[in-house]
Design a binder for this molecule. Structure first.
Ligand SMILES: *Cc1c(COP(=O)(O)O)cnc(C)c1O
Length: 244
């Protein structure tokens, strides 16, 4: 049980981190001549025990980002924020959609029509309309999820007819070494698609920027930044290491 003990030093660190990250966001917003209120700080919770996630919530974080269906189910009851303030950001298998559909209020990782159709079906069962973002593999990396930028428009054509999802924007995880170049590409895509005024396709959210580059992402229009390790400390497991 010792390793599960609430670590007061870690609590203090998380508090200080949230304060610093908020100040950084305000500074980046000012530099970009944007309002800090237009930028949502998401706490990315993977591998973080819920009692520490709750520390961030007590410090004023109002949005959580979840990577894995199983982990979300295990931690959901212990979180002090519920579905209205939780987004799903990880790669999502179609057979897991049913487990998370009532525990999140946005899914950032839609990258195929098949996945979108399953979300649409489960949302219909629950009589809700699920806001989604389309994940773009902006660096065209073979190993990464997300739709190829060249296939984005055909995918949007397919999504626009699904009645129980609502496309609300775009998400990306650019190649770490060249994030600035790809943030700029994402901003251009976002603006271009917005200008097309497609039926049922809204460009309200641009989700990009993580611990290493959230301030940079704000220069390129990000309005949801997803921060994990800079808030909670380095992860001791890889993604997916949390209880399998
Ligand atoms: C882990 C993760 C993050 C946060 O990464 P950090 O570098 O720890 O801030 C953001 N987005 C997604 C999709 C992630 O999986």
């Amino acid at each position: 049980m010792m390793e599960n003990q609430f670590d007061s030093q870690r609590v203090e660190q998380i508090r200080a981190n949230v304060t610093r990250i908020k100040a950084n966001i305000a500074q980046a917003a000012q530099k970009a001549e944007r309002s800090p209120q237009d930028i949502q700080l998401m706490a990315v919770t993977k591998t973080v025990p819920p009692e520490y996630v709750n520390v961030a919530i007590q410090e004023g974080v109002t949005l959580l980002g979840e990577n894995r269906a199983q982990e979300l189910m295990e931690k959901y009851d212990a979180y002090q924020l519920k579905a209205d303030h939780i987004h799903f950001i990880g790669h999502l298998q179609r057979n897991k959609v049913k487990y998370i559909i009532d525990k999140v209020s946005m899914i950032h990782s839609v990258d195929s029509l098949e996945l979108a159709k399953e979300i649409d079906k489960q949302a219909k069962k629950h009589q809700l309309i699920m806001p989604v973002l389309v994940e773009v593999n902006i660096g065209r990396q073979e190993t990464k999820s997300g739709v190829d930028p060249n296939l984005l428009e055909p995918l949007l054509d397919g999504l626009s007819s699904l009645g129980n999802i609502s496309v609300q924007g775009l998400m990306a995880i650019p190649p770490a070494q060249e994030s600035e170049k790809y943030f700029a590409k994402m901003q251009r895509l976002y603006i271009d698609i917005k200008a097309q005024n497609r039926d049922n396709i809204f460009m309200n959210f641009l989700s990009m920027g993580m611990s290493a580059d959230y301030m940079l992402a704000i220069q390129y229009g990000a309005n949801i930044v997803r921060v994990g390790s800079a808030m909670f400390g380095a992860r001791s497991y890889q993604i997916g290491g949390f209880q399998k």
